[in-house]
Design a protein around this ligand. Structure first.
Ligand code: ADP
Length: 485
């Protein structure tokens, strides 16, 4: 039985220049509930043409939006934040319906997403420039920070609400306008955000949404257009590379939040129970489908078996089911491709000698459900050791020394999040500094907050979102040399 969705938020058209519109072709695409495969609605299937219209609208709206005072923009964003919080239950129900995550996680995402709007509504008023001590008596150097212009944003399905607000809130706060392309599996949360953006008084053209089942032409339209001055993308490293290349033709600035391959190190001196709790929180959020989920567990010899058993016991107790059922902790995976990938990785791991402590196969809830799993004896030659799993599987390896642990953790092209549990102060500092990662979580499995910078190094991306640093991605620095004084 599924939750009833509020029709106010169940939109099925694109949102361009303050108007709800269909695709010019009349085409539509289906959005399904991954919990049961039942269609939720069909949505306007837009393409390059509509993207150009949205860019034109965003470009036309930019000067007036940029000219408003920071205080005026801040008030409108604040209103948007408040409306999202007031409607959090309806938005969470919609998010669970299209994405599958448990309703408590969905509500958490809606509130987390809204927190970026609140935060950047405040930061809008603090985009300070500089006056630089001059090198000559007759001149002064002044640094202005100005909004970059039209922003093209492309977002993934695993956080259909928060990944939009994390980009759009700083963009709009800085005075930019935006054209957003949500993921094809989850356009509905994006459209619901537009309902409330309109209600909050965000002017036509400032925030535009292009739903599509075919992302490439929309990405090309955004990167080909010289009116688009910034591309902000969250998704796979493979698609990030395509967009980075496409953006190169106009030297369009990019922010890229790409894949991770998060190591999770547990040292002999760790509080083992805390490490197990941290592992559960990090690994199984969104059924393992986040780019910061622990992906590679490395556990020191002395505590390996105890940690593995405790993690397995708690993993086996996780409640699997549809996200709108009470108490559920693990929902379905997003689609058939996601389940097939986890099965392939597990097949390879089993064939190469991994030891299954709990789980190890699909769950009887339905086609898209995977049983929470813990495996040990993982080796470097297994695909699961080198791939973002994006499913509820904890893959454990052993290590002996601190140096070995750091080397193993860094032995990847990625560097988004890294976790470790240890108590020795010297070790905490050494490991924290040694990990090649944009985010390091020490003795905790959860770190996300709108006040702290999020982003990766190496092939995990470019730029930071959230925090006081996040708004810098949406401003240009202008050096004004004022002479002849
Ligand atoms: P995931 O593996 O998480 O689905 P993707 O990188 O495929 O990650 O998807 C993230 C976002 O990128 C989605 O909005 C998707 O539609 C979009 N996307 C996928 N391919 C392209 C492309 N060639 N150009 C632009 N956007 C794309």
């Amino acid at each position: 039985m599924s939750t009833k969705l509020n029709p106010k938020f169940l939109r099925n058209q694109g949102y361009i220049n303050g108007k709800w519109i269909d695709a010019k072709s009349g085409e539509r695409f289906m959005v399904y509930n991954p919990a049961d495969g039942i269609a939720l609605t069909n949505v306007a299937d837009m393409g390059a043409d509509e993207t150009k219209d949205a860019i034109a609208a965003a470009h036309a709206a930019f000067p007036a939006w940029a000219k408003r005072t920071a205080g005026e923009r801040s008030k409108i964003l604040r209103k948007w934040f408040e409306l999202i919080v007031q409607n959090a239950d309806d938005l969470a129900a919609l998010l669970t319906a299209e994405q599958g995550k448990p309703i408590t996680e969905a509500r958490g995402e809606v509130i987390y997403g809204a927190s970026f709007i609140e935060w950047f509504a405040e930061e809008a008023k603090r985009i300070y420039g500089d006056v630089i001590p001059s090198t000559g008596a007759d001149r002064r150097f002044i640094v202005l920070k100005q909004p970059i212009g039209v922003v093209g944003a492309i977002t993934p399905w695993n956080f259909p609400s928060a990944m939009i607000t994390r980009k759009v809130a700083p963009a709009l706060a800085a005075g930019c306008t935006a054209v957003v392309k949500p993921a094809e599996d989850t356009p509905l949360s994006a459209l619901a955000l537009a309902v409330l953006a309109e209600e909050a008084g965000i002017p036509p053209g400032v925030f535009n949404l292009i739903p599509t089942s075919t992302p490439a032409p929309v990405g090309e339209a955004l990167t080909n257009d010289t009116r688009v001055r910034k591309i902000s993308f969250t998704g796979s490293t493979a698609v990030g590379k395509i967009l980075y290349q496409q953006a190169a033709q106009n030297i369009t600035k990019v922010s890229l939040e790409l894949g991770g391959n998060a190591p999770f190190l547990v040292f002999d001196d760790a509080d083992i129970d805390a490490a197990v709790e941290g592992a559960l929180a990090s690994k199984y959020r969104n059924a393992g489908q986040t780019c910061v989920c622990a992906n590679r567990f490395y556990v020191q010899d002395g505590i390996h078996n105890e940690f593995a058993q405790k993690l397995a016991d708690k993993t086996a107790a996780l409640i699997v089911g549809r996200g709108d059922a009470p108490g559920v902790q693990i929902g379905p995976l997003i689609n058939a491709g996601a389940i097939a990938k986890v099965e392939r990785l597990m097949g390879d791991a089993k064939a190469k000698g991994a030891n299954i402590i709990t789980g190890g196969g699909k769950h009887d809830q339905g086609d898209l459900y995977y049983t929470p799993t813990v495996i040990t004896n993982v080796t470097a030659d297994m695909e699961i050791a080198n791939t973002e799993i994006f499913g509820p599987v904890s893959a454990l390896r052993r290590f002996s020394t601190e140096e070995e642990a750091i080397a193993l953790a860094n032995d990847t092209p990625f560097g988004l999040a890294a976790y470790f549990f240890a108590r020795d102060m010297g070790r905490v500092w050494r490991v924290m500094e040694g990990l090649e990662s944009g985010i390091v979580a020490v003795n905790t499995g959860l770190f996300t907050s709108e006040v702290a910078p999020f982003g990766g190094v190496k092939q995990s991306g470019i730029g930071r979102e959230g925090s006081k640093y996040g708004i810098e991605e949406y401003v240009e620095i202008k050096n004004v040399c004022l002479g002849g004084l």
